[in-house]
Design a protein. Structure first.
Length: 195
């Protein structure tokens, strides 16, 4: 049946991208996974914490299956940015373990509900949704943050890709990449130059 195929396909994609997100932390120091790497403070461990919070909502309370642990409410403006970074008292293992518990809860929601099961997302303009809508949203959102994580990780140590096999390692050494970036810089400079 197409509904089962679609649900399984989407669920596999979600499982894969979750693992990619956790793998982005592999081999990095506590400092590097926590430090702000953009002007708005984006950091790798904060992305994992943020995904945990929101997946627990989308695959929990949206379908009347609240995640059993306390999380800040989505409409609590005082704590809006608390899920974007880790305090010194929150360990890497604690945050990854929370993410994995959220996965298990979300996976159970996906397993037990039909793909057209109704849900309600009060913060969306069209709040009445189906499991299908939420699964697509979670995949899109997690992939979006995986893209952020790709760039942050490349800034830190040059590692790219979705696992230990780095595209940078496969495609050349530093001399290759320096020449490649110079080529791009020349094109950008030429495009910006007046005729």
């Amino acid at each position: 049946m197409i509904d089962d195929f679609a649900k399984d396909y989407l669920h596999d994609d979600l499982r894969d991208i979750r693992e990619v997100m956790v793998a982005k932390l592999d081999g990095l120091s506590e400092y590097d996974i926590r430090r702000p790497l953009t002007a708005t403070g984006t950091n790798l461990l904060g992305l994992i914490k943020h995904l945990s919070t929101w997946e627990s909502r989308y695959l929990g309370e949206v379908f009347d299956r609240p995640f059993p642990e306390a999380i800040p409410r989505w409409d609590d403006a005082e704590r809006w940015t608390d899920d974007h970074w880790a305090t010194e008292d929150e360990s890497r293992d604690e945050i990854i373990d929370l993410y994995r518990r959220v996965w298990a809860h979300g996976d159970e929601t996906i397993r037990t509900l039909d793909i057209d099961a109704p849900g309600h997302v009060p913060w969306w303009p069209r709040p009445n949704v189906k499991l299908f809508n939420v699964m697509v949203h979670r995949i899109a959102e997690t992939n979006r943050h995986a893209g952020h994580a790709d760039i942050l990780r490349e800034q830190l140590d040059g590692r790219t890709g979705d696992g230990a096999d780095s595209a940078r390692d496969r495609n050349g050494d530093q001399t290759y990449w320096d020449a490649f970036c110079s080529k791009i810089e020349r094109a950008a400079t030429a495009a910006a130059s007046p005729d």
